[in-house]
Design a protein around this ligand. Structure first.
Ligand code: HEC
Length: 175
């Protein structure tokens, strides 16, 4: 009788450890596949740690100064209710798939992306980013160092006005 008891204990423990193993190993190849070459990955991790220091553990992605042609730009539609409404439509159509319906980085297409889409409803983070920075990121996307991300470049798809409108909307998120 005692032997049967121990057998059950051993089998149960075995099943638990198998489940634990398959959960951890499932995400590893995926992360490797997306992160590209190891040198880049190392750099990215460095930046991610840095960003984490500034914005807390949830904000694991890079922030660097925008190029000079973007740095001084300011939003001509800041706080404009009409621009915010237009920006919401642009966001729902083009951005929510990755950034999520409320901008929290949890869109349907976010699964498997590394780095993950930013949480654009993080008020503290958005307040720390300049208009020029946001306009740069929306215009040029993430296919450049240090970002190396799936964030698309929108300058060919959205007019300057539309990019500012969507930025007005981002600044209204979480308020
Ligand atoms: C294919 C998925 C995808 C779509 C669609 C997408 N993004 Fe992103 N976006 C990302 C990812 C991933 C990041 C995080 C990595 C990075 O900063 O490049 C990001 C980052 C950003 C950032 C930078 C945030 C920061 O903290 O530096 C902004 C701003 C942004 N997205 C705005 C938008 C807007 C506006 C749209 C729609 C016009 C959009 N994104 C559409 C994937 C996406």
């Amino acid at each position: 009788m005692q032997r049967v008891f121990w057998l059950i204990v051993i089998v149960t423990l075995g099943m638990f450890s198998l489940t634990a193993c398959s959960t951890t190993s499932a995400s590893a190849p995926e992360a490797q596949a997306v992160s590209g070459d190891t040198a880049q990955h190392g750099q990215m991790e460095h930046n991610m740690e840095h960003a984490g220091d500034e914005h807390g553990a949830g904000m694991a992605h890079a922030h660097v100064d925008p190029p000079s042609e973007y740095a001084q730009l300011t939003n001509p539609f800041a706080g404009d209710a009409v621009a915010i409404a237009a920006g919401q439509t642009i966001f729902d159509t083009n951005c929510a798939t990755c950034h999520g319906p409320q901008g929290q980085g949890d869109g349907l297409a976010a699964t498997g992306l590394n780095p993950k889409p930013a949480n654009l409803a993080d008020r503290q983070m958005l307040d720390s980013l300049s208009d020029g920075y946001l306009f740069w990121r929306v215009s040029e996307g993430g296919a450049l160092a240090p970002f190396n991300s799936a964030m698309p470049a929108w300058k060919a798809t959205l007019s300057e006005e539309q990019r500012w409108q969507v930025i007005s909307y981002l600044r209204s998120l979480g308020r």
